[in-house]
Design a protein around this ligand. Structure first.
Ligand SMILES: [Mg+2]
Ligand SMILES: [Zn+2]
Length: 161
């Protein structure tokens, strides 16, 4: 979907499998700089958008933090690095949320719960109908539906093969 953001004030993305992939076999997400790369077409697709009028946000499940595999600080740093790389630094104020909880912890933020999306809408003062969420997992689609936010599959949005 090109030139979409004329009617979108806020574009929210999942991270792993949507914008980035890990370079470490058997590891679902990076835990350090140098362990990830952008997925194909991400940079080129996002370069077509006018970020002056649209906010960029990330909503990512990072249960690796809850299991002590890396710190919340590193998770946040890697997601900030991802936001900068994906937009070529065009978005100066990305809004970043991640769920750091273990899978056996009941929380309001882990997708498919809508908590992170609702929090991002609140922080950016955006009406849900003016937002779009792009993800690669059924939990992403369900979170968008619960939050009342439009949803697009990453493989279509970025023309992933
Ligand atoms: Mg994903
Ligand atoms: Zn959580």
């Amino acid at each position: 979907m090109r030139g979409l953001n004329h009617d979108v004030d806020l574009m929210i993305f999942d991270a792993d499998g949507t914008l980035r992939r890990t370079l470490i076999a058997g590891q679902p997400a990076p835990r350090a700089p140098g362990e990830w790369e952008l997925l194909p077409n991400v940079r080129a697709t996002l370069a077509q958008f006018d970020w002056a009028g649209t906010r960029f946000a990330l909503a990512s499940n990072q249960d690796q933090v809850g299991y002590g595999l890396y710190t919340a600080e590193m998770a946040g740093r890697l997601l900030r690095d991802l936001a900068a790389a994906a937009t070529g630094g065009a978005c100066e104020t990305p809004v970043i949320r991640f769920c750091p909880h273990r899978l056996d912890v009941s929380c309001l933020c882990r997708k498919p719960a809508p908590g992170m999306l609702l929090d991002i809408l609140r922080e950016t003062n955006t009406n849900a109908v003016r937002a779009l969420f792009v993800g690669d997992n059924e939990t992403d689609r369900a979170a968008a539906e619960s939050a009342g936010v439009r949803f697009r599959w990453a493989r279509e949005f970025f023309d992933h093969a």
